[in-house]
Design a protein around this ligand. Structure first.
Ligand code: ATR
Length: 282
């Protein structure tokens, strides 16, 4: 464990790597907006010692943590109590260290995503054809909320087809999910294309043909760019997507839901999203 928070109302985001995380900045902005006093830090946990190091944070008196890459699945496994949406997702991004010593887990990624897409960007899911690129942990939190909004179809395209098949199978009780590899794309157009691949970490867009875009297609990158557009957002702009959005709003919205779980207070997110971005979206 690399650093420790040091005051009474303590929270943190735990991950590895985690130094890039905007969560401390976002939670402190929420606290200022709601006149709460909190201490929220970013703590890097060892890759092979998640459970013990997390228990150490609990012993230190932290009241809760956000969990990021690569620990969301392990966090799900150690919870004594899971919200239905965390249970559905099989992954946890928000932990509450309860006074009775139990750990309660929730997953706010799905609600963060749908709030950003539906409330902030007024996108439509019902009767639309949705394509998700990638089949990793980041997708798990999205599938049940997306399917509950009754899209016309939901397709997952992934580099390794097997991983998409496993995901579709895990979520078959939530609805019908089609799977394909990238080289099968091109026959159908999609209304909403969501990039959830780790290709963004190398500043690359996944290898997809531009003819999957229709005139009104929206592209949404779960990654975000603060100073400049992500590779996928740049690809979408070049290929003429009607809107090319990134995940900064989702990041703030999932944080807002965690803040609500811990403090019981709703925050206004628009000004905080706008304050974080330093380049002009179009
Ligand atoms: P996360 O928890 O962020 O979803 P993950 O579980 O490691 O991370 O999943 C990463 C996803 O990005 C996977 O779908 C992965 O594809 P594979 O299942 O084939 O590994 C995808 N991915 C990673 N690098 C990629 C690249 N360069 N191009 C396309 N997809 C990539």
């Amino acid at each position: 464990m690399e650093s420790q928070a040091a005051s009474a109302n303590r929270y943190a985001v735990v991950g590895n790597p985690v130094s890039h995380s905007l969560s401390p900045q976002i939670h402190h902005a929420f606290a200022r907006q709601t006149n709460l006093s909190i201490d929220y830090s970013a703590i890097k946990l060892a890759l092979d010692n998640f459970n013990l190091e997390l228990r150490d944070l609990q012993k230190l008196g932290l009241k809760g943590v956000n969990v990021t890459i690569p620990f969301k699945r392990q966090a799900w496994e150690i919870c004594d109590h899971l919200s239905p949406r965390a249970d559905d997702a099989g992954a946890v991004n928000t932990l509450v260290f309860r006074e009775d010593g139990d750990i309660a887990g929730d997953n706010t990624d799905g609600v963060g995503f749908t709030r950003d897409l539906l409330d902030n960007h007024h996108a439509l899911i019902k009767h639309r054809a949705i394509l998700i690129l990638g089949a990793g942990g980041a997708v798990r939190g999205l599938l049940a909320p997306l399917l509950s909004l009754q899209p016309d179809s939901l397709t997952i395209a992934n580099r390794t087809l097997k991983n998409a098949e496993i995901l579709a199978d895990d979520f078959r009780d939530s609805g019908d999910i089609k799977v394909c590899s990238y080289n099968e794309l091109g026959r159908d157009k999609f209304d909403l294309i969501i990039n959830a691949t780790a290709a963004s970490l190398d500043n690359e867009a996944p290898p997809i043909p531009e003819n999957i875009l229709g005139i009104n297609s929206i592209c949404y990158d779960m990654m975000y760019g603060i100073d400049s557009p992500t590779a996928f957002v740049s690809w979408a702009q070049r290929c003429g997507a009607s809107r090319a959005l990134d995940g900064l709003g989702m990041l703030v919205e999932q944080a807002a839901e965690s803040f609500f779980i811990w403090h019981g207070v709703r925050v206004k997110t628009a000004e905080i999203i706008a304050g974080l971005r330093t380049y002009q979206e179009n």
